[in-house]
Design a protein around this ligand. Sequence first.
Ligand code: SAM
Length: 280
Amino acid sequence: MNTIEKIIKYDCKPEIYEKSTSPFWDDDHISKSMLQAHFDQDTEAASRNMKFISQSVQWINSVAPASSHHRILDIGCGPGIYAEKFSQLGYEVVGIDISKRSIDYAKEVSKNSHSQVQYMNANYLEIELPNNFDLITFIYCDYGALSTSDRKLILDKIYRSLNSGGKLILDVFTHHQYLNRKESSSWSSHQGSGFFRPISHLSLEHHYIYNQNVRLNQYIILDESSKVDVYRIWDTCFTKDSISKELEESGFHLNQVLSDVSGKPYKSDSNTLAVIAEKK
Ligand SMILES: C[S@@+](CC[C@H](N)C(=O)[O-])C[C@H]1O[C@@H](n2cnc3c(N)ncnc32)[C@H](O)[C@@H]1O
């Protein structure tokens, strides 16, 4: 297939939850851009800003303190921003992330601070998670980036790796995140290095809507080498009822629903929802 044929093939609305054609988080160049994004205080592309994260850690410590929830697993820990702060509060911390670059960075920070966080570079969908945790955190709406079957898979894994009485804290986007955002297409050109490639490239971007609550940001990337890759960033939006239902189907008991993981009380028009769920 030549380049134009490939672009034509990809330039359409794919089946719901169709995967990217190449790794996204663990791509050598994209992971470099992502690592920068985690620490960029002007965008919230990969991690939220430090002020929010500090409030979030404080809130988590207040609802599940290290004295009663000693062992934490942070799923999708990125470069360890949360993990390092948890460790400073006296938790025993394990962090898992698919991005080797983020995990290497986190290990370096941990070495310098003598924090003893244990980092694992792994795809959480493909490994059996370590177990005996009192608390599992899954933060910044990564749960909603998964397909329905992968969400069930990870919730079941999380359930198995929690101790009885252990808690899961996760957040998701609601439809308010996308209010007034219609389906759209655009393209942009990048001379030299950009977010997706270290060499000049074109990006064809689509925003698609499925069943009102599922969104796709699709990026078709064509670079100087005529290579074409498609990155699909899915986002399933939830209501209080729909997130409760998925958690309960995996055996969790829902303790509390809030507006976000800094502990803001639930509001029906919040862009995110955070939940505390428990393995009884
Ligand atoms: C939106 S970022 C959130 C990072 C961190 N939780 C925070 O709030 O700062 C999502 C993280 O999940 C990781 N990730 C995505 N899919 C993954 C998978 N299948 N297995 C392990 N990590 C994954 C990414 O590499 C990225 O670091």
